[in-house]
Design a protein around this ligand. Structure first.
Ligand SMILES: [Zn+2]
Length: 158
């Protein structure tokens, strides 16, 4: 016997495959599988099974493609928020401005002392807020002289 034949059809069966070979009951009769079983006295046996599946085609199967579920959160991009032309604090339509803070940490502690605009920004986790002129925050945090962000974006119907 040459080496190739020994590797394929005339090779003796692996003793491990004979050890784990088992038969399992399926809806279509007994099927051969490989099974590792740990017997336990008080609990059901622990069984790991490979195979034992009836490989039959279901001719009457109906394929149902699932429609991907869109994320429940709408887009929060600034341009879309700005184009609504509504104040995010009072929902009034009209002229709006963008209020922006440098960091969310600059909004201060949450609580009764926090302004409504800061609480809204903290709730939205956004550094920008679209507000009307009446709700626009008057106080500005001190900014370093090197800060170049000074202009507000103003839009609205005119
Ligand atoms: Zn407003």
């Amino acid at each position: 016997m040459n080496g190739e034949a020994r590797k394929t059809r005339n090779a003796p069966k692996c003793p491990r495959s004979a050890r784990y070979k088992a038969r399992t009951e399926t809806g279509y009769g007994l099927r051969t599988c490989f099974e590792a079983r740990i017997r336990r006295d008080t609990k059901p046996d622990l069984v790991a099974r490979f195979g034992g599946i009836p490989l039959l085609r279901k001719k009457d199967a109906v394929l149902i493609d699932r429609v991907p579920v869109r994320p429940p959160h709408p887009r929060k991009e600034l341009i879309h928020r700005l184009l609504t032309r509504r104040c995010e604090l009072c929902s009034d339509p009209g002229k709006v401005v963008i209020h922006q803070v440098r960091k969310l940490a600059n909004l201060g502690q949450t609580g009764p002392g926090q302004p409504a605009w800061a609480a809204k920004m903290a709730q939205m986790r956004r550094k920008t807020l679209v507000v009307c002129f009446t709700d626009r925050p008057r106080e500005r945090p001190p900014r370093p002289a090197s800060c170049l962000l000074g202009a507000s974006i103003v839009t609205g119907t005119s």
